[in-house]
Write a protein that binds this ligand. Structure first.
Ligand code: PMP
Length: 366
């Protein structure tokens, strides 16, 4: 992992997360002057012709990778995925109606509680009782008759549980937080009214949120919505209602180029399946030394969560891993344990290095 004498480690961080090395190298090359302009992309007007091309091409490439049809808008917002927890109900949860929430982890809890500040949020399913280890079968879900939409989280980053199917709202508009598995596998965008993701895992740096929204949803935005919290206004202004994260949008374009060069979403899914399988096999083959958090049929391909026999051993594991260049393995502060985030840009060699370390650690500390 040497690049121009810079030592890079294996970064298992959950996000901001590892970026593809060729993207960082290209950004470095273009840092002082991009496309002969004599300036960095972060120094130029967001209304310039050059930047207009940057944002349009990022949008176009994302549209291609996501196979998003023409009746969907792709917006670049700020405020993180967390702002979407509020914006979605502010735009789509009118008084007198309710929204349904399928809660399979910590982020779903937050989405529902933010919506409850705006209106009626019905949690129609929660796996909290079993410690967020599972996702429901589609048949278990019964939507409320007056639900304005149903919200779910396709991959729960903290708990490491992932839906293996795309939720069918049966006529109720589906809103999905895909922050931690967008672009990791194909999504059928037409199943969603809105699908959104913070960029900092599979799309680019933090500070940009992607919102893919069906045209007809824009008609539902209430009048007098504060303008920067108004999807219709943002769409009408092509994500330039105010100064966007220009640098982040530029990097998203580079990440899309990289992903296309790697064969696109189908090819990356195959690789993600292989990478995750290597890690889960090590967990399952450890005679119980390592125990996976999620139930097998909903194990995340992106965030592999597991425990060791004690918290002391977990601490030792993380410290020793860090010392050998395996960084970012501490589970989220709310749940503890170990979490290996292995997004698109995370190399297979890093997964293999972790497995070697795990085997060696278990034999020394068994
Ligand atoms: N949803 C999911 C699934 C996430 O993983 C995260 C962040 N890790 C968020 C929402 C919140 O994102 P942000 O910090 O960009 O607001």
């Amino acid at each position: 992992m040497e690049s121009a004498k810079v030592k890079r480690i294996y970064n298992f961080s959950s996000g901001p997360a590892v970026m593809p090395l060729p993207v960082l190298e290209r950004a470095r090359e273009e840092m002082l002057s991009i496309g002969g302009t004599g300036m960095s992309v972060m120094e130029m007007s967001h209304r310039s012709k050059f930047f207009t091309d940057v944002i349009e091409s990022a949008e176009h490439k994302l549209r291609g990778l996501l196979s998003a049809p023409d009746n969907y808008r792709i917006l670049f917002l700020q405020g993180g995925a967390s702002l979407q927890f509020s914006m979605i109900p502010m735009n789509f949860l009118p008084s007198g109606r309710s929204a349904d929430f399928v809660v399979t982890g910590a982020w779903g809890v937050k989405a529902a509680s933010e919506a409850a500040r705006i209106g009626t949020a019905n949690v129609i399913y929660s796996s909290e009782e079993n410690g967020f280890r599972s996702v429901p079968e589609q048949a278990e879900l019964k939507f409320s008759s007056d639900a304005a939409y149903v919200h779910y989280t396709s991959n729960e980053t903290i708990d490491g549980v992932e839906f293996k199917y795309e939720l069918d709202g049966g006529g109720t508009p589906v809103v999905c937080d895909a922050s931690s598995n967008i672009l990791s596998k194909p999504f059928d965008i037409e199943k969603y009214a809105v699908i959104y993701a913070g960029a900092q895992k599979n799309i680019g740096p933090s500070g940009v949120t992607i919102v893919v929204i069906r045209d007809d949803m824009l008609e539902l935005v209430p009048p007098n919505q504060p303008s920067l919290l108004d999807y219709r206004n943002i769409a009408n202004n092509n994500s330039l209602a105010n100064t966007p994260n220009t640098w982040g949008i530029y990097l998203i374009g580079l990440v899309c180029d990289w992903l296309e060069g790697e064969g696109g979403v189908d090819a990356i899914e195959k690789r993600n399946i292989e990478k995750a399988a290597i890690l889960y096999k090590a967990i399952d083959g450890s005679d119980g030394y390592y125990s996976g958090h999620a139930e097998r049929d909903c194990r995340s391909l992106m965030n592999v969560t597991f425990r060791l026999p004690s918290e002391d051993l977990e601490e030792k594991f993380c410290a020793e891993a860090e010392a050998v260049g395996l960084d970012g393995l501490r589970g989220h502060r709310s749940v503890g344990g170990i979490r290996a985030s292995i997004y698109n840009a995370f190399p297979r060699a890093g997964v293999e290095a972790l497995v070697d370390f795990m085997n060696e650690f278990a034999s020394r500390n068994g």
